[in-house]
Design a binder for this molecule. Structure first.
Ligand SMILES: *Cc1c(COP(=O)(O)O)cnc(C)c1O
Length: 374
């Protein structure tokens, strides 16, 4: 294909490919795993796969990967202990879409509901709340990034006449903190709130937290109503993707049958990526549940190693329990740029997802040591 381009365009493309390949070796600040090899799926790039419409209802458009999508979604439903025969879900374009879907379902149930989310919540939530025209209240966080449950209780008490929609974080973007469903449910019970909905934004930490059964648990057996995850984070995919799982009886209010596509329009977007479900399926099959669990343990060990080494250098570095994210005071702009370190306020972080190696961390630590010394 490249030799059908002009010489100039071909050169631009190959330079771009080279620079991205090089850049990828020093990306430790964002949570995308890179230890995948999808070369076996290359022939699918020549096919217009499209999972348009509902993943469960076959479409008249047959170039799709619905059967793979359903296997992937079923894996997550089981992992998150969704109630048998009462769950539904689909492969999304990412965690943000899954969060939008969860909130959409919540709004259909409780149009007068108020969304409560902590100040450490991902920026997609504020946007989603705005799109849906919902009212919301931001709750304070504790120093580790976890919701302040006393503040939650106070705020709900002030608005007791409204249904409660909770957006719980299972791994906040900056410090990978987990909100505790047990404490949230206790607050709802204490205030005798009958109409409530709990969505878990598990984009970052949902998959490995569930595999490792990290406390506090957050799945459907713990009382959540929907869960969103990102597929391009811990699992790893060159195309952004994710999944959302909801209780089916809630979701049944959404979507009409569309004759043109021969299926129901139950998802957020119309045309949907048909390749990403196959990517996710491939990763789930290749590693298996046990392999993924082992992979997560290795990543957590690397995060702890990184935090320990930074602490030994005198930096205030720390991890939340079971996290891949190492938090420490912001470093200089040059080191942040070199290692792609996301920064918020006066802290930055490294996320030890699979693909971040000990050798990369050690190289990074050399740079940190130098910066501290001079
Ligand atoms: C990444 C992330 C999101 C958004 O997911 P995308 O896949 O980027 O759309 C939402 N919430 C949290 C906590 C995240 O880390």
């Amino acid at each position: 294909m490249i030799n059908e381009l002009t010489l100039q365009d071909a050169e631009r493309l190959s330079n771009y490919i080279e620079s991205m390949q090089k850049r990828a070796t020093r990306s430790i600040g964002y949570p995308g795993s890179t230890d995948y090899d999808y070369a076996a799926l290359f022939p699918l790039l020549a096919i217009n796969l499209n999972n348009i419409g509902d993943p469960l209802i076959e479409s008249t458009y047959e170039l799709n990967s619905r059967s793979f999508e359903m296997e992937v979604v079923a894996f997550f439903a089981e992992l998150f202990q969704a109630p048998a025969n009462n769950w539904w879900g689909y492969v999304t374009n990412g965690g943000s879409e899954g969060n939008l879907y969860g909130l959409y379902v919540a709004r259909e149930l409780y149009p007068q509901g108020i969304v409560y989310y902590s100040e450490a919540t991902h920026y997609s939530i504020q946007k989603n709340v705005h799109i849906l025209g919902l009212n919301s209240i931001v709750i304070r966080t504790q120093p580790n990034g976890e919701m302040d449950y006393a503040d939650l209780k106070d705020m709900i008490q002030l608005h007791r006449d409204h249904p409660v929609i909770i957006m719980a974080n299972i791994g906040t973007t900056m410090t990978e903190a987990r909100d505790d469903l047990g404490q949230i449910k206790a607050a709802l019970k204490h205030l005798a709130i009958k109409q409530h909905y709990i969505h878990c934004d598990a984009a970052l930490a949902g998959v490995y937290s569930a595999l490792l059964e990290t406390e506090p648990r957050f799945d459907f057996s713990q009382g959540c109503d929907s869960i969103a995850i990102s597929g391009h984070k811990f699992l790893g995919s060159p195309i952004p993707c994710g999944a959302v799982i909801v209780r089916k009886n809630y979701k049944d209010r959404i979507g009409q049958v569309i004759p043109y596509i021969g299926t129901a329009d139950t998802t957020i977007s119309g045309s949907r990526n048909g390749h990403s479900p196959v990517f996710l399926w491939y990763t789930l099959k290749k590693h298996g549940r046990q392999g993924l669990t082992q992979r997560a343990k290795e990543s957590i060990a690397l995060a702890q190693y990184t935090a320990n080494r930074l602490s030994q250098m005198g930096l205030n570095a720390w991890c939340n329990p079971g996290a891949l994210t190492v938090v420490f005071p912001a470093l200089s702009p040059s080191i942040r740029k070199k290692w792609q370190l996301a920064t918020e306020g006066d802290v930055c972080h490294v996320v030890c997802v699979p693909g971040v190696t000990k050798a990369m961390v050690d190289d990074f630590l050399i740079d940190v040591q130098q910066e501290i010394t001079y």
